[in-house]
Design a binder for this molecule. Structure first.
Ligand SMILES: [Zn+2]
Length: 278
């Protein structure tokens, strides 16, 4: 009897931290709220990060493909609500659908901003005083932000698109997130998946096309290919139905994923404003 009690106490002491860790994980602290296009509010390790802010109203920018003014839809939330509790901004690259004049005007100039190396001067010129380029990796409030490469297209169009980045986010007790950024399915993306084994992969799956050129973003088939390549990862597909040059719709991506046998719970396509918890 006494022996049994001792064994029980030892087991409790050994496994209690584990149970506690599982309990805290099931609280689902990590959240991704899709705002529109690539703009997301990410709650990670208790911090709130605004990703790729494009905050212009519908039609504020010229067309990219000669089809319609951009963005093609309005925000579903007020900008004050989007910016509330935001503690830093993370920008994959300097194109206007990822950091626009509205965002430059609205976001506090003291807001910490992390960007890819080479984009910092332009952001500082816009008046921001706390701009940190991420060449390889940076640490911010116990969150590691690691830069990954990518290709914003293929063939001739690639020369015009410039450098792009993705980011890995890691923190103790949080899932590993790989935000691919504006890239097609390419060797850099494959290598990042192999190296970091992300739990969650955020893809820009709009299959954007500049007329006469190859796609500059992953399309539906490439996104399904990525999901098959990373069978243990959850995929969150965004950057659709907000800009005139994007050819992939949420419906066409779901159709392609179904065809490839990828479930809606593994490849999630959020609506604008929707909050996903992990
Ligand atoms: Zn883009």
């Amino acid at each position: 009897m006494f022996k049994n009690i001792v064994i029980s106490v030892i087991c409790l002491l050994l496994f209690a931290p584990e149970c506690f860790a599982q309990y805290t994980r099931t609280e689902k602290t990590m959240k991704i709220q899709l705002i529109r296009n690539a703009t997301m509010k990410i709650t990670y390790a208790g911090r709130t990060i605004l990703a790729d802010p494009m905050l212009s109203p519908k039609g504020a920018m010229d067309p990219f493909a000669g089809i319609a003014r951009n963005p093609t839809i309005d925000l579903t939330m007020k900008t004050e609500e989007i910016l509330s509790s935001v503690e830093c901004v993370l920008i994959t690259h300097n194109h206007p659908d990822h950091f626009d004049t509205a965002a430059i005007g609205i976001i506090s100039k003291e807001m910490p901003i992390f960007c890819q190396g080479g984009d910092e001067e332009k952001i500082k010129e816009a008046g921001f005083t706390s701009v940190t380029p991420v060449e390889t990796s940076r640490e911010w409030n116990n969150i590691k932000i690691i830069r990954t490469g990518g290709k914003h297209g293929s063939g001739k169009v690639l020369e015009h698109m410039g450098k792009v980045s993705g980011f890995i986010l890691t923190a103790k007790g949080e899932p590993i997130v790989y935000w691919v950024g504006d890239s097609i399915w390419c060797v850099e993306v494959k290598e990042a998946i192999e190296k970091y084994r992300p739990d969650i992969i955020i893809t820009h799956s709009g299959g954007a096309k500049v007329p006469g050129f190859e796609p500059i973003l992953m399309d539906a088939a490439q996104t399904a290919g990525l999901a098959k390549y990373a069978p243990k990862s959850s995929i969150v597909a965004i950057h659709m139905e907000s800009l005139d040059h994007c050819t992939v719709t949420r419906e066409s991506l779901r159709f392609e994923a179904d065809k490839a046998g990828i479930s809606a719970s593994r490849l999630v396509i959020p609506k604008d404003g929707e909050i996903l918890s992990f």
